[in-house]
Design a binder for this molecule. Sequence first.
Ligand SMILES: [Zn+2]
Length: 254
Amino acid sequence: MTWPGFAVSLTVDVDGVHGLPAGGVGTEHRLSLRSEREYGVARGLPRIAAVLARAGAAATFYVPGAVAAAHDEAIAALGEAGHEIGHHGHLHLRPDELDTGAQLEELASGAAALSMVSPRPVTGYRAPGWELTAVTLGALPPHGITHDSSLMGDDRPYLLRAAEVWELPVHWSLDDAPHFATGGGPEALLEVWLAELREAHAEGRHVTFTMHPEIIGRPHRLVVLERLIEAALSRGAWIAPHSAVVEQLRGAAA
Ligand SMILES: [Zn+2]
């Protein structure tokens, strides 16, 4: 199945303090470490939302259940603004580091917490650390999940037929975290992302970009998101949340 048109999904992983290793457990005494994560929700998130609102662009925010519970008003506001809220575990524990029971618990607890804040049913999932397992993948449909965004097996959406879940693939080069973690500047990241955008346009396909509020939400880095949206719109891209893309894919596959 080839995506029949040029489309862009902007995705934001709102990990909060749970984005720290082991879901942040054991870091309670490390105020500096945790404060950078708290900045993400308090300051980075509204900045990103403002850029999206100015452009009239809807995004997908992947949120751990525990973050949604702790910041229910902020996350609910994203849903009310027309963005998709996606499942990103509960404590942001990597599925590959959990036994079967703990993986199922992460899914169930996250789904319950997100259902309290999302104005629409949650139908998307992204594994913490992009470490999807067969156990977690198989357990997604019973939770109403129709699409995942954790794998890298293609640069077009593809169907994980055994689980009847659409995959909207990711890649480390299209994620703000590795670039800025290794000291890269905004201009260098923008250059890579615009190059990928040009190729997606030329190939008439869908592409997903991944961001984090505590990373790209720093004021001097937001230009990357602003310019990416400008370039996408100028090339006639359909900027859409993952759920909307999957609706189109299901229609095309029917
Ligand atoms: Zn995450």
